[in-house]
Design a protein around this ligand. Structure first.
Ligand SMILES: [Zn+2]
Ligand SMILES: [Zn+2]
Length: 281
């Protein structure tokens, strides 16, 4: 269990964590502007499942108090990356909590004078992962050509379906094509590689990302079906990076006993724990 705290941060299990690619330490909420030579940072902006917290129509005790007093740290899964040398910020996932998440990213950057980042990376077309884009449109900020990086099927989905197509035609967003396993160099110190993973791909393919800084790298797979369905070995992929942020939607089959679990397959945390047991710290 200890190695998990160092190497893996399950989305449901952590609050707000601030990571540096250039430093082993995991720091809490220290703005990069105060951090000397470290230039590329990663910040966890959310860890919750698509529907957020509290969860709509939840009758259980877990959400009862959250309906009365929302917990500001419980936001939908998202990562922010800050390159303080290049003075650029990037957002991974456009969640329904995007307004607060972008403000946090800006605050941590220490240099940005707008909440709008220099690029947004999407994994797939499930509600928690892209619908935050709506806040870039006319009814909200009416942004100008924010680069949105997507895979081909996801791009076609955004272009041809309302209201997303309006963001494209109004040039609120500028779609940037990604290809499976092709590297995108974002700044001299930062590159990103998307890779497809098995998931319910009704509207888009689903990808994870490898985010590579000058000294450290991270794996980001917010949604995937069972690990066994992926042709890639997750254990060896984790071993290649410094940090892995992985799907931990459900602890076990008992946790979601009011829905047919076979229709919403995710790796259970208890399964991942067994699979990752032999990874060295
Ligand atoms: Zn999801
Ligand atoms: Zn999904």
């Amino acid at each position: 269990m200890r190695y998990l705290q160092q190497f893996m941060l399950f989305f449901f299990a952590i609050g707000v964590t601030f990571l540096s690619f250039a430093q082993q330490a995991v720091e809490q909420g220290i703005p990069p502007a105060n951090s000397g030579e470290i230039s590329v940072f990663l910040i966890v902006l959310g860890t919750a499942q698509d529907a957020g917290s509290p969860h709509i129509a939840c009758e259980k005790e877990c959400c009862a108090t959250l309906f009365k007093n929302q917990d500001a740290s419980r936001k939908v899964v998202s990562l922010g990356v800050i390159d303080s040398k290049a003075k650029k910020t990037f957002l991974f996932e456009a969640t329904p909590d995007i307004a607060v998440q972008l403000r946090r990213l800006r605050t941590h950057s220490g240099f940005q004078n707008t909440d709008i980042p220099n690029g947004i990376f999407l994994t797939h077309a499930h509600i928690g992962h892209y619908t935050g884009l709506m806040y870039l449109g006319k009814e909200a900020t009416n942004t100008k050509q924010v680069p949105v990086y997507t895979m081909p099927k996801m791009m076609g989905f955004l272009e041809t379906n309302g209201p997303w197509g309006q963001l494209v035609s109004n040039q609120n967003i500028a779609l940037k094509p990604l290809q499976n396993k092709n590297e995108t160099q974002l700044t001299p110190d930062l590159k990103v590689i998307p890779f497809t993973v098995p998931h319910r791909d009704e509207y888009s393919e689903t990808v994870g990302y490898k985010i590579i800084g000058p000294n450290k790298s991270a794996l980001f797979i917010p949604d995937i079906d069972k690990w066994e369905k992926w042709e890639t070995d997750i254990v060896s992929e984790i071993a290649k990076v410094d940090y892995a942020f992985l799907d931990a939607t459900f602890y076990d089959g008992e946790e979601i006993n009011n829905r047919d679990i076979s229709e919403i397959p995710h790796p259970f945390v208890i399964e991942s724990l067994v699979l990752f047991e032999n990874l060295s710290p």
